[in-house]
Design a protein around this ligand. Structure first.
Ligand code: PA5
Length: 473
């Protein structure tokens, strides 16, 4: 059985008065109940006040429901259909473009960086086990990255009868109207249809939209007759949609184990539902962050990853926390840190700067590759004086860096907590992502903020449309 991730706040407990944690236990219990009662599938009978809608809490039970559906309906279930579409892509194309922004992009990227080979796109097709090269676009208005990818596809895809020279795409947008993604889709769709032919079978099979039940992209997809179109269900908000087709389709194309991913998430929901405070990673994580913010003014949360493969998970979390709780002039500011890299850029500030930060170390306990050892060299070549460490492995050096850094923070009463991940695999990622989504909703309940919706993002869009259409008509 794969291992659970653990949350260990013990180092931070030396930096606060314990009674503060005891004092919020009742509020935490209530927030847990309110979060779970939100689940549309549970019939508690409780009415949710208007101020707390929309209730996009469908993500909470989704992993369990999808697993159950797959067990009952097999190939006809959503998982079965996603797998079939992904098999077509893996078998027939060698490059796959994922178009989407915000919640329709960051989760897939997090899975790709955490779970695929760190040099995935540079491997040969057989070294990649036929998983296509993966590219992310449609998440910006950057002329050069768009043009660069289109150019690469054009230069490397000249003979469409050769699988190594074929490419496909997914366009992911719940609303179906987000301009960055829509414009990118038009560009890439034209390129793809130009290559295979507008009415070709390939153009209908190698474009896979993921979108809500209504909207421009849904209309367009119906008209185009794409073989596969996957839904983003109502009741699951954009940044909470990693366990819908939004995250699962790209994950399946990447060859990831969807069952393990969903099982990790379902198990985390169960722990959240049943474990008492003190053994509940969601409630303990929220409680600590809340107390440090309310009682000590620490309103910056450092998601301090030890190792580069979790950086995109951190960026996914930055978005989740910012868009969910950054409302009514409230909400902590999340910052992703990658150590040891950032010890050489941000470390100074964390050690001696403003006392406004709570640090959560995200530590992977076992590397995916066998540990590398610092090589031993002949004495006359030991000018870098590394022979003194030559019995050590890279993970041992990292462990020393983590311990040394935490000690340095503890010495000056800077609070740190540890999130311990046994190993980077689908089960761990499922747990971690679900834990952070649940924690965000619980914290919203605690501070009286509706964690769903992002009304503040509309302001820029409205202005942009006005500017673009000014003078027309
Ligand atoms: O969390 C959210 O809802 C947002 O970040 C959306 O995911 C993002 O704006 C993209 O929206 P859409 O999927 O409708 O294109």
């Amino acid at each position: 059985m794969p291992s659970p991730i653990q949350y260990d706040p013990s180092a931070a407990l030396h930096c606060l008065k314990k009674r503060y944690l005891r004092e919020i236990e009742k509020d935490l219990e209530e927030a847990r109940q309110e979060t779970l009662d939100d689940v549309p599938l549970l019939t508690s009978g409780k009415k949710i006040p208007k101020s707390k809608r929309p209730l996009d809490s469908g993500f909470i039970e989704l992993p369990r429901n999808l697993l159950d559906e797959a067990a009952t309906h097999g190939g006809d279930s959503l998982l079965g259909r996603i797998r079939t579409a992904a098999e077509t892509i893996r078998g027939e194309v060698d490059r796959f473009v994922v178009l989407g922004i915000g919640g329709s992009y960051m989760g897939a990227r997090a899975l790709f960086e955490a779970l695929c080979h760190p040099r995935h796109n540079e491997l040969s097709r057989s070294e990649r086990y036929h998983v296509p090269r993966i590219y992310f676009e449609g998440n910006n208005l950057d002329n050069d990255t768009l043009a660069g990818l289109l150019e690469l596809l054009q230069n490397h895809c000249r003979d469409k009868s050769d699988v190594n020279q074929r490419w496909g795409l997914t366009v992911i947008s719940k609303s179906g109207g987000t301009i960055e993604t829509a414009v990118a889709f038009r560009l890439f769709r034209e390129a793809l249809e130009g290559y295979y032919g507008t009415d070709s079978d390939e153009s209908r099979r190698f474009i896979i939209p993921v979108t809500g039940e209504i909207g421009k992209l849904r209309d367009l997809s119906n008209l185009a007759g794409y073989h596969h179109v996957f839904p983003v269900p109502d009741g699951v908000g954009g940044r909470y949609s990693i366990f819908t087709a939004v995250g699962l389709l790209p994950a399946a194309v990447m060859g990831l184990n969807l069952e393990l991913l969903l099982q990790g998430a379902a198990d985390m929901t169960e722990r959240f539902r049943t474990a008492p405070i003190g053994e509940n990673p969601v409630l303990d994580y929220v409680g600590l962050g809340h107390v440090f913010e309310e009682e000590y003014g620490l309103n910056i949360r450092l998601f301090s990853t030890w190792g580069a493969r979790l950086e995109a998970v951190g960026l996914w979390y930055d978005q989740l926390l910012s868009e969910s709780l950054g409302k009514d002039e409230q909400g902590a500011t999340p910052i992703t840190v990658v150590n040891t890299r950032d010890l050489h850029s941000r470390g100074q500030q964390h050690q001696e700067g403003r006392r406004d930060k709570l640090i959560t170390n995200v530590i992977v306990q076992q590397p995916s590759w066998p540990p590398l050892r610092v090589p031993h060299t002949a004495t006359e070549r030991d000018r870098d004086q590394l022979n003194q460490y030559s019995s050590k492995t890279i993970p041992e050096l990292l462990t020393a860096a983590i311990a040394g850094t935490n000690q340095a923070y503890a010495d000056v009463r800077r609070p740190t907590a540890d999130l311990l991940i046994p190993k980077l695999d689908e089960y761990a990622l499922g747990q971690l992502l679900q834990m952070l989504m649940l924690a965000t909703v619980v914290e919203g309940r605690l501070i009286g903020i509706n964690p769903y919706g992002q009304p503040g993002v509309e302001a820029y869009k409205k202005n942009m449309v006005q500017i673009l259409t000014a003078g027309e008509g």
